[in-house]
Design a protein around this ligand. Structure first.
Ligand SMILES: Cc1cc2nc3c(=O)[nH]c(=O)nc-3n(C[C@H](O)[C@H](O)[C@H](O)COP(=O)(O)OP(=O)(O)OC[C@H]3O[C@@H](n4cnc5c(N)ncnc54)[C@H](O)[C@@H]3O)c2cc1C
Length: 306
């Protein structure tokens, strides 16, 4: 039985694994990839790598170390988790089973796609999925934000601090009536387009416009970048039977990254922690590993301690 299994190899899971390895725990990382969402980088003619904080130096280092330590990782999809005597058992796509005393869930959250023509063509080339990460690059530029929830409002608020014009395209206006939403309506550089559906993303090398459809027909909105800011869907199906989730499906954790199940910790975008950012996930992964380490010390079988 392993001391610790980390599920997910994004910033949270990579950091948790490296902490665990450095503490000489018998740790195993089960993941589909190394890097998670940091493998997606926005490309635009005016964007250079040093202009965004994406923690890539530290994450590349962690990925390289985990690639080298091949006994530490299983590059597969985790399919099932079962509580067993003294811990948990994880079954992977390849049919393997792995038992552990403690578990860190760092499976991230899935962005919701538009599913319209042009989306795949321009994904990350002018069409982006994280306004919070790139807002500072849009001084005096025109942007479109697509979404109708809290994430879209937060994205608009960030972009409006820099951009010349921000258009919010919201299919359903219901969730926009919040303190942030009401405040944003008073700002002259923001336009709310409510009840509009996205029909197509158009461009050349980069996305240049988005076609939207409302009750009066279609409109083409030109912009320097288009942000899809639909609420993320936390990947929690695997653990929904084990831990308490909030109403949006995030794993509820306390300040030590503990869930309500003994020995189960969670970190990063999959949790109800504030803000989906690489640096936040790195810190949360480190905290989860330290908490799991303490748990293991307290529950270590007597013969291992001798
Ligand atoms: C397009 C885009 C650009 C961004 N740019 C920035 C930026 O510049 N700066 C910034 O701070 N933030 C940025 N972000 C946000 C940032 O990427 C996320 O907050 C961060 O990656 C979350 O880390 P995480 O480890 O919680 O999850 P993720 O990065 O989502 O990683 C989850 C991991 O879990 C694995 N996984 C999931 N389910 C399973 C399973 N069942 N079995 C095995 N493995 C599984 C996945 O393969 C993946 O490795 C961006 C986000 C997007 C979408």
């Amino acid at each position: 039985m392993h001391d610790l299994i980390v599920l997910g190899g994004g910033p949270a899971g990579l950091t948790a694994t490296m902490y665990a390895v450095q503490k000489r725990l018998d740790a195993l990382l089960i993941t589909r990839d190394l890097g998670g969402k940091t493998n997606y980088m926005l490309q635009l003619p005016f964007v250079e790598r040093h202009m965004v904080i994406n923690g890539d130096e530290i994450l590349n280092r962690f990925s390289r170390e985990i690639e080298y330590l091949d006994f530490v990782r299983v590059m597969e999809n985790a399919e099932k988790i079962t509580a067993i005597d003294g811990g948990y058992e994880i079954t992977t796509t390849g049919g393997g089973t792995h038992q552990t005393r403690a578990l860190i869930v760092a499976t991230g959250a899935k962005g919701q796609l538009l599913n319209v023509p042009g989306e795949h063509e321009f994904m990350m080339r002018g069409l982006c999925y994280s306004a919070l990460s790139y807002a500072q690059l849009f001084i005096d530029r025109d942007v479109v934000v697509i979404g109708d929830g809290d994430l879209a409002l937060r994205g608009v608020a960030e972009l409006a601090r820099n951009a010349r014009n921000v258009k919010l395209v919201a299919a359903l206006p219901n969730d926009l009536d919040t303190p942030i939403g009401r405040r944003l309506r008073t700002l002259p550089q923001i336009e709310f387009l409510e009840g509009f559906q996205v029909v197509e993303v158009k461009g050349d090398t980069y996305a240049r416009s988005v076609v939207v459809k409302g009750t009066d027909g279609e409109r083409e909105l030109f912009a320097d970048a288009i942000f899809v800011e639909r609420d993320l869907i936390p990947r929690t199906q695997l653990v929904a039977h084990l831990v308490t989730l909030d109403k949006k499906g995030h794993i509820k954790i306390n300040s030590r990254n503990e869930t309500n199940s003994p020995g189960v910790y969670a970190a990063g975008d999959v949790t109800d922690t504030f803000s989906e950012q690489v640096l936040v996930s790195i810190g949360e992964g480190a905290k989860a590993a330290l908490s799991a380490y303490e748990y293991l010390l307290k529950t270590e079988p007597a013969k291992q301690m001798a």
